[in-house]
Design a binder for this molecule. Structure first.
Ligand code: FE2
Ligand code: FE2
Length: 201
């Protein structure tokens, strides 16, 4: 995946600041901790979606295995921490995700709220995939580069899954329009957020 792919495949409008990967490489315990919680949140959010939309058969069928996969990712990261004699630290406030939640339509129709929830997930998966790509290319440790390459591939699949789910239930044109708004919002936000090596986003 090169620069163009990030834009074409993931749709993201702003690549990650190149300084980020260097910072992440020097705060390994922090970045692995943060990554572990990201995986955990991905699993719990999928569980919440299944609970909230239990009438949507395709959604529950698609998300049930993702819960297992994300939890598997959490376990992989935890094992990596322990292997390196590092500890799972405390969960931090996730400014990136909180700001995305602020953009969700609060007073909208059930369909609009549903769409925003799926697109929030798609965006987190896309940005995570892009960040994993940076790590898989820019870290000094060859083992960790391979480690992150696996995550990159898996999150790219999740990004498309959430977009496909949105299009399964909602008019494609509506999905496309709202997705463009999300991408613009996210790029503006990335520009504002401080570049820190102790967090995935
Ligand atoms: Fe994951
Ligand atoms: Fe994921």
């Amino acid at each position: 995946m090169n620069e163009e792919d990030v834009k074409n495949i993931l749709g993201l409008q702003l690549p990650t600041d190149p300084r980020w990967v260097d910072l992440a490489g020097i705060s390994l315990e922090d970045i692995l901790t943060d990554h572990a919680y990201c995986e955990q949140k991905a699993a719990t959010t999928c569980i919440s979606l299944i609970q909230r939309y239990s009438d949507k058969e395709k959604l529950i069928t698609a998300l049930a295995p993702v819960v297992t996969e994300e939890w598997g990712h959490f376990r992989l990261v935890l094992a990596e921490l322990h292997k390196r004699k590092l500890k799972l630290g405390k969960q931090r406030k996730d400014e990136y995700v909180n700001r995305l939640i602020e953009f969700q339509k609060k007073g909208g129709s059930p369909e609009e709220r549903f769409l925003d929830q799926l697109l929030t997930m798609a965006l987190i998966e896309a940005r995570s995939c892009e960040r994993f790509k940076r790590l898989s290319e820019g870290l000094n440790d060859a083992y960790l580069r391979r480690f992150y390459r696996r995550f990159m591939e898996s999150e790219a699949g999740h990004y498309t899954l959430f977009i496909d789910l949105a299009e399964t239930y909602i008019d494609k044109e509506k999905v496309r329009k709202r997705w463009a708004e999300w991408l613009a919002y996210e790029a503006g936000m990335i520009r504002q957020l401080e570049v820190r090596g102790d967090r995935m986003h």
